[in-house]
Structures are given as structure tokens and as C-alpha cells.
Ligand binder design. Structure first.
Ligand code: FAD
Ligand code: DLZ
Ligand code: SF4
Length: 510
């Protein structure tokens, strides 16, 4: 019987990994490795590295306790080859293994590196998702455009989540209309997310991260993430009990110094494999069935997981390795220093970037309508925006991050993910948050030094890209409003936008 190595990557930490499926503890050896190539392909947030290294070390211990032979390479090990293929070669030589079994990685970069490795590698599909790559390709085939909502309805039928006698629970597929409530600072509905005290393994990893990655953007401590499947399941149960009932209503809300609101904070756990999308959706569907969770919350949450999460993965693999490098709007500006924590007068940016630095977390609307919106309006090179999002969030892997950033947020894929660009003036942020009430800028002004930068930049963006967007039926209203303004008013707005952009180019705080 040929000896085999079973490769487990840092985001393949659950029991449901295809590489492990027919493995035999008697003859097979598991390989796990903390390596320079994975830890440095972008400057990851220290919390993201600490979370993954600690979760990997805990998983290795669990596997050993279950009787597996695990060859685990720590970052500081002298023989560390520095890359996943390098580690496989070293371990193959050491053990005499003739074959490697791997689960397909979630990034083209690493898939290609494994394909180039001279060892025999059996690459198995990653079947931790509810829709396989092949099924997504079949769904997408022949469609003129890929609309998430149609995909989502198929997924509801296929999984049976929130379905009754073949019809959607509550009589509608989508309750988003009920999910746009701004939060009040005085609301009493919020409870803190679950937090976990670092154990000895995590403490050691936190010290390692401090030593090896001292200049990466982000705060390492306090660190309170779950690093085992058991704790991730506790975090899920806590969310379902405490936050889920109001999740829908406040899904799009933002409040000063309230980084979490009713969000689940489970994406790092799902993406690393500590939680499966099935068990997450089962828990939500069961809570709905038991009563006490309104349909708009249950449906809104399940749509994110069986809809958006599966959809973006399908798009990433369907579109191919060049996808993250697309730049259909030809935006060239360098990412402004505010994204790396430089001074800003914009309360919304200060809040979104500040909590990103401290927590490696921002919720969807902060990512999309604050930092993403600002980068798009300012014409930032999407490759730089992509690298930023891939670096700074604990849940970031290219399969999920790039369609959200390059597609949904920056429209750099020309409309594969979104049917129109997600741009807005300050008015949207004002409606959904208390940021503007606490800001140096005036959200009602479109011109002059006090004008909220989103306002002139919004109109300047529409003006700049008129040829591309004016025939988009979802944008006609915006162009009609722009055209109704007096020519002098339009000129003044464009001049204010120019000034904001020049300040950004000159490195002045905006
Ligand atoms: P909740 O708001 O509580 O939502 C529940 C779950 O739904 C999440 O845990 C997540 O698994 C899933 N989900 C929700 N929206 C999306 C979405 N658009 N795409 C995929 N899954 C979704 N999500 C990532 O997991 N990794 C990323 O790197 C990532 N990058 C993003 C970049 C941009 C520019 C934008 C706009 C969004 C990005 N998202 C990403 C999606 C979303 O912002 C996060 O999934 C969410 O904020 C995670 O926090 P949560 O667990 O509290 O989510
Ligand atoms: C993100 C990450 C980091 C920071 N470090 C490692 C590592 O040292 N070893 C490892 O196996 N995986 C790591 N990962 C996760 C991989 O980058 C991830 O598997 C690929 O990006 C594919 O999704
Ligand atoms: Fe952001 Fe403008 Fe509101 Fe200030 S006024 S918080 S810059 S949207």
C-alpha cells in the first residue's frame, strides 16, 4: 500500500474535509504547515494570522488525540521550507510517501502552486459548500447575466431551507424590504458577541505574530476569537439566541463605537472550516421553526449564507484566475493612506477603518457603503482595494473577498456580480447611521470646504462614467436628477470633487 500524505490547509480545519475522507491513520500522515508564502502574500492583519495559526495548532492536537500521525511545521521551525509545495516535498522525502491527497484550495494562486509541484497530488473538490463548482457552472451556463436572486431561489428549493409545501415561508422569497431599519444608540436590543480567553497555545501564537509580523496593519491584542470548532459552535449558538431575532431589522445599520450590532461574526469560522454552512443554516432554521425569530431575520440571514456566500464562490471559480485583476472602469488612483489608519475628518471612514484595525472586522454595509463606496467614488485602482480587503479582515480569502470587492463593491468586473455600481452620496450613510451627526463635515452640503466628500464625489463619478451608465435603467433616475441641476451648480460640485481628489493625491487628510 502506497504511503500517502494528507494535506490540510489553514482554512481546511473541520472534520468534513474531502482529503481526510478515506484516510487511514495506520498508513496516512497528515501534513499541516505555517509557511511564509501563505503568511505574506498580502500583509494579513495580525489577528487573522493569530486566529489561523492557533486554530491550526488546536486542530493538529485534536487529530493527534484521535490517533492520527500529524507532521506539523511551526512558523519558526528551522527546516520550514516556506511554502506549501516545499513542505510537501520535504515531508514526502522524510516519510517516503509516494502520493499526496489534497482538498482543492480556495485561491487560484495556491491551486496553481500545487499543480506545479513535482509530487503526485490527488486534488479533490472542496465539498464543504452547498453548491459545487460543477453545479454552479451548470446553473450559469447559457444565462445572459448572473443574478444572485435567481440563484438563491434555486438554492432555497434545493436545500429546503424556509420552504413549506414547495413555497417560501411567509409567502415571499425575500424580506429585504423590512431589513433597512437605522439603529438608535439608545436601543437596548444589543448583546455583546461571545468572547474567548486565549489559552496557552493562542498566547504563544500571539507572541510569534508580534515577533514575525511587527509592521502589519492591525492590533493583535486583545484577542478573543474562538480557535476551536467547539468554541465556534458556542459562538454560533450565542448569536442565534441573542442577536438573530433582530438581525434582519438592523442588518444595514451603523452606529458610532458599535462595531458588531446584531451581526453574527462567524465568517472567519465558516471560512476556515470550523463551522459548516449547513449547521449554521440548520441552527437558524430551527430557531425560526421554534418561534421567536421573525421571518425577515431568518430569511435575511439564510440568504447571505446559501445565496451570497455560495454565489460569490461560484463566480470566482467560473470567471477564472484573472478575475481579481480586472479593472473595467480603468481606475488608477493609489489607495489613500486613510485606509491604513491615517488621519481623516470623515467619521464614517474613521469608524470603519478604526474597527478594522482593532478587530479585523467590519460588517457588510461598512465594507460596501463606507470604505468600498469611497474607494469607488475616488477612482482607486481596484487591485489595491482588493489587496486591502484581502489583508485586513479575519475572514478574507480570495474566493469570497474578490467577487465582493472587485465585483460587488468596485464594479471592476463590468457587472458580473452587480447590475449597477454600489455608489451613494452621504445621504445613505446619514440615513443608516449616527456617523454624520458626529462628523466634521456637513452631510447636507454638496459644495465647499464643509461638504461631505461623498456628495461631490458621487456626482463626479456619475458624470465621469456617463457613457457607461446612463443607459442602465437602474441609474436613469440619478442622471435625470443630475441633469435637472443648474449648470453652475453642477460646475461647482465638480470643482469641489476636484479639490477633494487633489487633497487625496497630495496626501492631505480628507
Ligand atoms: P453577518 O452579517 O452576520 O452575515 C452572516 C453570514 O453570511 C456571514 O458570516 C457570511 O458567511 C455570509 N455573508 C454575508 N454576506 C456575504 C457576502 N456578500 N459574501 C459572502 N458571504 C456573505 N465575506 C467574507 O467572508 N470574506 C471576505 O473576505 C469578504 N470580503 C468582503 C469585501 C467587501 C468589499 C464586501 C462588501 C463584503 C465582503 N464580505 C466578505 C461579505 C460580508 O461583508 C462578510 O461576510 C460579513 O461582514 C461577515 O461578518 P458576519 O459574520 O458578522 O456576517
Ligand atoms: C491565510 C493563511 C495564512 C496566513 N497562513 C497559512 C499557513 O501558514 N498555512 C496554511 O496552510 N494556510 C494558511 N493560510 C490559509 C491559506 O492561505 C489558504 O488555504 C489559501 O489562501 C486558500 O484559500
Ligand atoms: Fe461620512 Fe459624510 Fe457622514 Fe461625515 S458627513 S460621516 S463623511 S457620510
Amino acid at each position: 500500500m502506497v504511503k500517502r500524505l494528507i494535506l490540510l490547509l489553514g482554512d481546511q480545519l473541520g472534520p468534513e474535509v474531502s482529503a481526510l475522507r478515506d484516510a487511514d491513520p495506520e498508513t496516512d500522515t497528515i501534513v499541516m504547515a505555517e509557511v511564509r508564502d501563505e503568511a505574506t502574500y498580502v500583509p494579513h492583519h495580525p489577528k487573522k494570522i493569530a486566529f489561523l495559526f492557533s486554530a491550526m495548532r488546536h486542530r493538529a492536537e485534536e487529530l493527534r488525540a484521535d490517533g492520527w500521525r500529524v507532521l506539523y511545521t511551526e512558523y519558526g521551525d528551522r527546516e520550514n521550507a516556506g511554502s506549501i509545495p516545499g513542505e510537501l516535498l520535504r515531508r514526502a522525502e522524510e516519510t517516503g510517501a509516494g502520493k499526496v491527497v489534497a482538498t482543492e484550495p480556495g485561491e487560484w494562486r495556491l491551486i496553481e502552486a500545487l499543480q506545479d509541484c513535482p509530487l503526485e497530488i490527488e486534488m479533490r473538490p472542496d465539498d464543504r459548500f452547498l453548491c459545487s463548482r460543477r453545479d454552479f457552472e451548470a446553473w450559469a451556463k447559457g444565462r445572459k447575466s448572473l443574478t444572485m436572486e435567481w440563484f438563491y431561489r434555486e438554492m432555497r428549493k434545493r436545500t429546503g431551507y424556509l420552504m413549506k409545501d414547495g413555497q417560501p415561508e411567509g409567502g415571499k422569497w425575500n424580506f429585504d424590504h423590512d431589513n433597512r431599519k437605522p439603529a438608535e444608540a439608545s436601543d437596548l436590543f444589543r448583546s455583546d458577541p461571545m468572547s474567548f480567553t486565549p489559552d496557552e497555545i493562542t498566547e504563544k501564537v500571539l507572541d510569534l505574530v508580534e515577533r514575525e509580523f511587527p509592521h502589519n496593519f492591525g492590533t493583535r491584542r486583545p484577542f478573543d476569537m474562538a480557535v476551536t470548532r467547539g468554541d465556534a459552535r458556542r459562538a454560533l449558538a450565542h448569536f442565534v439566541k441573542r442577536q438573530l431575532p433582530e438581525f434582519g431589522a438592523y442588518q444595514d445599520a451603523m452606529l458610532v463605537d458599535e462595531p458588531h450590532l446584531n451581526h453574527a461574526l462567524i465568517s472567519p469560522y465558516m471560512n476556515a472550516g470550523l463551522l459548516t454552512p449547513q449547521e449554521v443554516c440548520d441552527a437558524v432554521a430551527e430557531a425560526y421553526a421554534a418561534g421567536g425569530v421573525p421571518i425577515n431575520s431568518a430569511e435575511g440571514f439564510i440568504r447571505q449564507v446559501i445565496g451570497w456566500r455560495e454565489f460569490v464562490r461560484g463566480v470566482y471559480f467560473l470567471e477564472g484566475p484573472d478575475y481579481p485583476h480586472r479593472n473595467r472602469l480603468n481606475h488608477q488612483r493609489a489607495l489613500p493612506p486613510v485606509y491604513w489608519g491615517a488621519e481623516t475628518k470623515m467619521k464614517c471612514m474613521e469608524q470603519a477603518v478604526g474597527q478594522t484595525r482593532d478587530l479585523a472586522y467590519a460588517h457588510h454595509i461598512q465594507r460596501l457603503m463606507v470604505t468600498g463606496n469611497f474607494a469607488l467614488l475616488a477612482g482607486v485602482d481596484p487591485a489595491e482595494v482588493h489587496e486591502w480587503y484581502l489583508s485586513v479582515y479575519a475572514d478574507a480569502y480570495e474566493w469570497v473577498e474578490s467577487p465582493n470587492t472587485v465585483g460587488m463593491s468596485q464594479f471592476a468586473d463590468g457587472g458580473v456580480v452587480a447590475s449597477k455600481p454600489y455608489v451613494s452620496s452621504g445621504n445613505y450613510i446619514s440615513r443608516m447611521s449616527d456617523y454624520c451627526a458626529n462628523c466634521a463635515y456637513d452631510v447636507k452640503q454638496r459644495t465647499g470646504a464643509d461638504a461631505c466628500p461623498f456628495n461631490p464625489l458621487y456626482w463626479a463619478f456619475l458624470d465621469r462614467h456617463r457613457e457607461r451608465f446612463e443607459s442602465n435603467h437602474r441609474m436613469g433616475q440619478m442622471y435625470a436628477t443630475w441633469d435637472r441641476m443648474e449648470p453652475d451648480a453642477r460646475k461647482e460640485i465638480l470643482a469641489t470633487a476636484e479639490r477633494v481628489l487633489k487633497d487625496l493625491s497630495d496626501g492631505k487628510p480628507v
